[in-house]
Design a protein around this ligand. Structure first.
Ligand SMILES: Nc1ncnc2c1ncn2[C@@H]1O[C@H](COP(=O)(O)OP(=O)(O)OP(=O)(O)O)[C@@H](O)[C@H]1O
Length: 592
């Protein structure tokens, strides 16, 4: 009798979050991303569907009022360091001179291009003028409109900084505020896990799923052991490095778990009502009851791994969403997975948080231990190989330089005029802007000139020249931009298993490149009995086209006077791709 009652209770539909009323209630194919158009490079004009649904409403149009910046003299906006790394005084190697008109960003970094956009802001690939290394800098999309918005924005930076470094946590470098915007500098990664997964061939990929699970369990163990809960774990918030190592990022919703009660890190203005802040697709059911705890991260990780292993869309509402939160996995997709993975997923997706294993318990499972061991060896090997390759390239580079200088020391070769390098000032003029320009009203072209590239060029960073995907994720809260390049390495992570297809075979056939129309659109797939849909497509045609156009676009980019391309930059670090040209230069210089 009691069992029957329990079953009824468990099966009762969960209260749907308020904002789910606009969510996708029925199941549909993964939306094709809207190609990143050149006109979208402007801050004000661009908004992806995801941004539309999650970003704040636009500022009301001005009705004849003179902008504040024109009414008052434009004093440089104070640069406020927010992280300890910047507050240290005096900072070694600092190139920032507050007396100069240029902003802190302009003085300290060379902008190499846009990496992606999210609901919070834009992420740029930059080169530090202090140490010559490359980083990612996230800039809030617009100026803070009030202190509550500012506090919310600063929370992510503060949360991130207080985390102890870990190999699977995105490394925080610095944060500052300038011109009413927040800047967060982090280590540079290759791309997000979401975009990486979308670039993989369709079909289940269990070996990669185990690798992702091992990395993210390590990250969660680190967070949970330090008393933190992430509360927004999803593939879009995970980054992947060149070696394939996953790094957990985006700590905007980080909570500190106290012994008695669970308090948010900032402690102010967050409570039960904020439980809906995370992405509904990955949200644990107990968050709707205001129960914040480590088990919520385990659930979100379970949904993420289910999505990645089966290569499906997880629902953001409706029947499929309810079923997943009642412990029902979509068997038509999961039956292609091994029993081991199915068991682990079943445990992680238990409806009651108390029934879910902790991260430590999951790490202790024999199946997880086996894959974790393999994963460690793989990462160690790949990262060692990458380091060795870089070292070899460095040796070859200096060898070439030596040979080249020996050649030049012959008197007969000195007759050839050495090409002049333009003075550094002329480069800087292109990119750096007076702070007053940056301080202008939001949306002014001057303000964003440091951050935006040519209106004719949709490929925004050197990384983008390889990015072949131009799809906007309708559901994702971030990165509706072209996907990143396929990493050169092909690892177990990147080599999907196609042997266990189950009912997937029909989907796979439908999603081969031949099913893509010449205009880039996709055939509609046969609706599944499952509410959860097969997901990721690869737009090979647009990819080829994009690559073909990249060289032309690169030369076009050089014509823009307000951005520097990587080719134009002073090269403080060695770039392996230029070895061939170095050899060619040496040969040409050696000719009489
Ligand atoms: N450190 C990084 N290295 C490389 N690419 C990055 C890095 N950080 C972010 N990106 C890229 O920028 C995109 C947007 O970043 P991010 O998701 O952090 O923005 P966001 O505004 O916080 O998004 P949201 O709040 O919607 O999740 C990512 O999807 C990723 O492609």
């Amino acid at each position: 009798m009691s069992v029957a009652v329990e079953t009824t209770v468990t099966r009762a539909p969960l209260p749907v979050p308020i904002h789910f009323s606009h969510a996708e209630q029925s199941f549909s194919l993964k939306k094709r991303r809207v190609p990143f158009s050149s006109s979208s490079t402007s801050n004000s004009s661009y908004s992806s569907p995801a941004q539309l649904s999650r970003s704040l409403p636009p500022l009301p149009p001005s009705k004849g009022c003179i902008p504040l910046s024109r009414m008052f003299p434009q004093h440089p906006s104070p640069w406020t360091p927010l992280s300890c790394s910047l507050s240290k005084s005096p900072r070694p190697n600092s190139v920032y001179d507050p007396s100069k008109q240029e902003s802190y960003f302009s003085q300290c970094f060379t902008n190499l291009g846009l990496l992606g956009r999210g609901s919070f802001g834009e992420v740029y690939k930059v080169q530090s003028n202090e140490d010559g290394r490359q980083y990612a800098v996230k800039r809030s999309a617009h100026r803070f409109r009030g202190s509550s918005e500012r506090n919310r924005s600063l929370r992510e930076a503060r949360n991130h900084e207080q985390l102890c470094p870990h190999p699977h946590i995105l490394k925080f470098v610095a944060a500052w505020e300038e011109c009413g915007r927040l800047f967060i500098q982090t280590e540079l990664c290759s791309t997000s896990l979401l975009l990486h997964a979308e670039n993989q061939p369709p079909g289940p990929d269990e070996s990669s799923a185990w690798a992702y699970l091992c990395d993210l369990l390590s990250a969660l163990q680190h967070l949970h052991s330090h008393g933190f809960v992430h509360l927004d774990l999803k593939p879009a918030n995970v980054l992947i490095t060149d070696s394939g190592r996953l790094k957990l990022g985006d700590f905007g919703l980080l909570f500190e778990v106290n012994q008695k009660s669970i308090e948010p890190v900032e402690g102010k203005g967050k409570g039960k009502e904020d439980a809906q802040e995370g992405d509904p697709r990955y949200m644990a059911p107990e968050l709707l009851r205001g129960e914040y705890g480590p088990a919520a991260d385990v659930f979100s990780l379970g949904v993420s791994i289910l999505e990645l292993a089966c290569n499906i869309e997880v629902p953001n509402g409706g029947e499929g969403w309810q079923q997943l939160r009642q412990g029902c996995l979509p068997s038509e997709f999961t039956r292609g997975l091994s029993t081991e993975l199915q068991t682990v997923l079943g445990m992680m997706l238990a409806p009651e948080p108390s029934e879910r294993p902790t991260v430590s318990e999951l790490l202790a499972l024999p199946s997880v231990r086996k894959h974790r061991w393999k994963r460690r060896i793989y990462l160690m090997f790949t990262e060692t190989m990458l380091t060795l390759t870089s070292l070899c390239q460095l040796v070859v580079y200096f060898g070439c330089r030596l040979l080249s200088s020996l050649h030049l020391s012959f008197p007969r070769h000195q007759t050839k005029p050495v090409p002049c390098t333009p003075p550094r000032d002329s480069w800087d003029k292109d990119l750096t802007l007076p702070l007053s320009a940056m301080h202008a009203d939001s949306g002014s072209p001057e303000e964003d000139a440091v951050f935006l590239l040519g209106p004719t060029d949709p490929e925004l960073s050197p990384t983008f020249s390889h990015r072949v995907k131009s799809r906007l994720s309708v559901e994702s809260t971030s990165t509706p931009l072209p996907a990143s390049p396929q990493p050169n390495h092909r690892s177990p992570v990147h080599t999907p298993t196609h042997s266990k297809l189950g009912d997937w075979s029909s989907y796979n056939l439908a999603q081969t490149p031949s099913s893509i129309h010449s205009n880039g659109s996709y055939h509609t797939l046969t609706p599944s009995a499952s509410p959860i849909h097969a997901g990721r497509h690869t737009d090979n045609m647009s990819s080829t086209q994009s690559q073909r156009n990249s060289s032309t676009k690169s030369s076009q980019r050089r014509g823009c006077n307000w951005v520097r391309t990587e080719e134009d930059l002073p090269r403080s670090s060695f770039e392996p791709k230029n070895l061939l040209s170095l050899f060619e230069e040496t040969t040409i210089e050696g000719q009489p």
